[in-house]
Design a protein around this ligand. Structure first.
Ligand code: PRP
Ligand code: URA
Length: 209
């Protein structure tokens, strides 16, 4: 599928396996989510635009590439997407951060928005949307709908675990969005949880139940 990248790096795969274990506690879970986000971010940001700028080295003046344009925007889908922010920020500390608050209705599994605040001018920024889980795809599609309604154009979506249904739905709704997936799991169960998955990512990151 064009615009869908599966991150097959052994470190990412190992850390995802650690995340899956039900004995992995909150502290370790948070650290792993952050580390995976950094490793995935390295891959997802490989096409950031560069421009040559003049730099004086101790030896001579030269033209050398640096990141071009407006600063990157990282937009976590609340809550669980927050767990990935620091991981991406460690690569681009000057990034701006937006927030989109969505929760899944427990009956219908459809997302509901409760908060949206994005850095301006959003249309000039590369936007990295983060959410560890892409299940039905409803939350990711809704979040990216909002970002586009606010003018966002250059959008990447990073998730740690995806179900095939979610990748398909997101790609069909937003074929222009570059999707980065840490691991593609088997399927969704009757409660729209990813199998084998890791359970509820938000609860495991924040220690709630
Ligand atoms: C989880 C997850 C995604 C969403 C994925 O969030 O973090 O945002 O479900 O499911 P979908 O692809 O079927 O929409 P949840 O609604 O549980 O909220 P939380 O992050 O606050 O726990
Ligand atoms: N959200 C989660 O946190 N986990 C799933 O498996 C599906 C949606």
């Amino acid at each position: 599928m064009e615009n869908v990248t599966y991150i097959d790096h052994p470190l990412v795969q190992h850390k995802i396996s650690m995340l899956r274990k039900k004995t992995t506690g909150t502290n370790e879970f948070r650290t792993l989510v952050e580390e995976i986000a950094t490793l995935m971010g390295y891959e997802a940001l490989r096409d950031l635009p560069l421009e040559d700028v003049e730099v004086e080295t101790p030896i001579e003046t030269c033209m050398t590439p640096m990141l071009a344009g407006k600063k990157l925007a990282i937009v976590p889908i609340l809550r669980a997407g927050l767990g990935m922010v620091n991981g991406v920020l460690s690569l681009v500390p000057s990034a701006k951060i937006g927030h989109i608050g969505l929760y899944r209705d427990e009956e219908t599994h459809e997302p509901h928005e409760y908060f949206c605040k994005l850095p301006n001018p959003i249309e000039q920024r590369t936007i990295v949307v983060t959410d560890p889980m892409l299940a039905t795809g409803g939350s990711a599609v809704a979040a990216i709908d909002f970002i586009k309604q606010h003018g966002g154009k250059h959008i990447k979506f990073m998730c740690i675990i995806a179900a095939p249904e979610g990748v398909k739905r997101l790609h069909e709704a937003h074929p222009d969005v570059q999707i980065y997936v840490g691991h593609l799991d088997r399927e969704l169960n009757e409660n729209a949880y990813i199998c084998p998955g890791l359970g509820d990512a938000g609860d495991r990151i924040f220690g709630t139940k």
